[in-house]
Write a protein that binds this ligand. Structure first.
Ligand code: ZN
Length: 347
């Protein structure tokens, strides 16, 4: 039995953009480009779709540093210029549109779009930007990107920008680091609320989280974050954040990155599936059965060897069934909870 699932976060578009292929989408379709997700493996795994992040990298070398060993230095990566963010975001958006034109996926703007894609057997993609650097301070590009299909915005990645401040990649650290949202950041939240664009809290610092919770009319969502009480990384969610997400009717997507799963914060593939189940247990306890989803971080992070790539997701779902989770709950964690929030935010 294959359980369909919807993934809260992948960095596949950046992997493809940075690949050496002349036609950057072709290896995704043929399944020859490696990485964690491509079309043949997504189909085999039962992946119905997911949030496809557009992450504008600060520098090519620093991305490797992020996905390799934990960065222990206290300083955040440097801020990114609007033009640089726009250039790489345009590249990744173009890739998404070309993949849609090639029939490899469907760019979805609502839960009805996702259901239609699923009925056709096509991978459903939600256009997400990870960090709002590509949005100018007049919000002109917000309108443009929304028209192109943008439906999910992470206000920051792990750096500061005109809108807010992210958390550093630091183990044994609390996310309460740095100031909250700027006035522009608060305006961005209001505009996203009006436009049916989901706000993603993963990577945002605690003060920014509080600001979004105070302003936003939408359920609070962290697409790819884990439980700080198990893995005390600044990227993970502390108790009051989980309670706040629960109160809003939001969702947390389980991040598969080993450094955010492990109590010791190490990025090593030798990380047991049992630890992923422990985070799911804690998330269900803290946020409720309606508040837990998947947020793999595939193609952007080192994942446990037992998962390997997208074809390993059914093993995690099976581990939950083996643990005594009922089929209905596993179905919610796999897909239902994301669909509920997408319907509430986007329609
Ligand atoms: Zn991320």
């Amino acid at each position: 039995m294959t359980i369909p699932f919807f993934d809260g976060h992948n960095d596949t578009l950046l992997r493809l953009l940075e690949s050496s292929d002349a036609d950057k989408g072709q290896s995704f379709i043929s399944g020859t480009g490696g990485g964690h997700i491509d079309l043949p493996r997504a189909r085999a795994a039962g992946m119905a779709g997911g949030f496809f992040a557009m992450f504008p990298p600060p520098l090519k070398t620093s991305l490797a540093a992020v996905t390799g060993t934990p960065q222990l230095e206290p300083n955040l990566p440097p801020e990114l210029a609007w033009g640089d963010a726009m250039a790489s975001t345009t590249g990744m958006a173009s890739l998404l549109l070309r993949l849609e034109q090639a029939g490899a996926l469907a760019l979805c703007r609502s839960v009805a779009d996702i259901a239609a894609a699923q009925a056709r057997g096509v991978l459903a993609a939600i256009f997400h930007i990870e960090g709002a650097e590509a949005i100018d301070t007049n919000f002109y590009t917000l309108d443009l990107l929304h028209a192109a299909g943008l439906r999910s915005v992470g206000i920051t990645w792990s750096r500061a920008n005109a809108f807010g401040t992210g958390v550093p990649f630091r183990h044994n650290a609390d996310p309460d680091i740095g100031p909250g949202l700027s006035d522009l950041g608060k305006e961005l939240v209001r505009r996203c609320n009006q436009m049916g664009i989901m706000i993603d809290l993963s990577h945002l610092n605690a003060a920014g989280f509080r600001d979004v919770a105070a302003i936003s009319s939408h359920p609070l969502v962290a697409t790819h974050s884990n439980v700080h009480a198990i893995s005390p990384h600044a990227r993970n969610l502390v108790d009051w954040q989980l309670a706040s997400i629960r109160e809003s009717g939001g969702v947390v997507g389980l991040n598969f990155a080993t450094g955010f799963l492990r109590p010791d914060g190490k990025f090593v593939t030798d990380t047991p599936m049992e630890l992923m189940v422990r985070h799911v247990d804690a998330l269900v306890e803290a946020v409720g059965e309606d508040g837990v989803g998947l947020g793999s971080d595939f193609d952007g992070a080192m994942v446990p060897a037992g998962i390997g790539d997208v074809t390993g997701v059914p093993k995690l779902l099976q581990a939950l069934l083996d643990k005594g989770y009922g089929e209905a709950l596993v179905g919610k964690i796999a897909m239902g909870n994301w669909m509920r929030v997408v319907a509430e935010v986007m329609g």
